[in-house]
Write a protein that binds this ligand. Sequence first.
Ligand code: EPU
Length: 336
Amino acid sequence: MKIVNNFSLKNLNTFGINSIAKLYTEISTENDLISLVGNKYYQQNKHLILGGGSNILLTSNFDGLVIKNNIKGIEIVEENEHHIWVKANSGEVWHDFVKYCITKNYGGVENLSLIPGTVGAAPMQNIGAYGVEIKDVFDSLSAIEKATGKSQSFSLADCRFDYRESIFKNEVLNQFFITSVTFKLTKKDHVFNISYGAIRDMLGATPPSLKNISDVVIKIRQSKLPDPTKIGNSGSFFKNPTIEKIVFEELNATFKTMPNYQLSNGKTKIAAGWLIEQCGWKGKRFGEVGVHEKQALVLVNYGNGKGKDIVLLAEKIQKSVLEKFDIKLQTEVNFI
Ligand code: EPU
């Protein structure tokens, strides 16, 4: 395992921010990781584990050791007549895993097609799209405790999944390196989730299948979200806020077209993209950074933007949404 100095992370984060890591290494096996834990550079520095780099904003250079996770491999661990338990190592590219499942006719992740990032990053923020979240297909995960190198297993309950949240973003933040995730998928009698209007509209009269749901999701994403290989971005920059129903009703009296979803806990979720668009930000460019023209929830780097330019833009957006709607937007992206 090679540790290098002064390594540019520009090609390793989807925002395309040119942050320099003081130290950088790549690991391909769990044993690489265990031996790294015994290395003095590991012990003397802070760490940043990188998967696809698709949910981070590098706000400056990183004065520590960046560990790029390349631990690959997918295996079947158990099956019965209806279900199959598939274990994917954490360095697998998420969409490659989705494609594998569709090819094998394993159901459950088709709505999560084309989400950037790796398998290991997916549980960190309970990735979700088009009515499905990773928690719906999650069985368990294995992780190595960064301080000790000891392996530990986390069940669904242990992970405390919530909307774009898990224990790994909260109680045990930065304490574990996820090495593999096991998913419980269907082998037959798939339960298709076509609750999202755009999926139903695009499917039309075609009966749903894993493949055509995946194809439709890919089309919807490509029509709204910028391709990070062309324009730097991290998907949704903010979370959709959840507010009390009474607060929503007051707002809705003034803003009649406000998109909203009633939650089972009685609260109301509203669309942050809509709030940002109403404040006039959609499609606005400020030098090297801006707000995407088709989805106001996505901030973009046109090429040479700096992390702090994005932070400044995000703060201005938060301030104007607060002033107009009295709602504090929270970031979905993790600031490093
Ligand atoms: N909207 C606007 N203007 C905009 C953007 C959205 O008015 O600029 C309105 C839309 O018309 C729609 C509503 O807001 O009525 C919701 O928009 P959309 O369906 O595009 O979804 P979203 O709530 O903006 C969330 C996730 C996405 C996920 C989609 C589909 C969050 C923070 N984002 O976006 O996830 O793909 O739903 O399920 O929950 C991500 O997390 O990075 C991400 C892309």
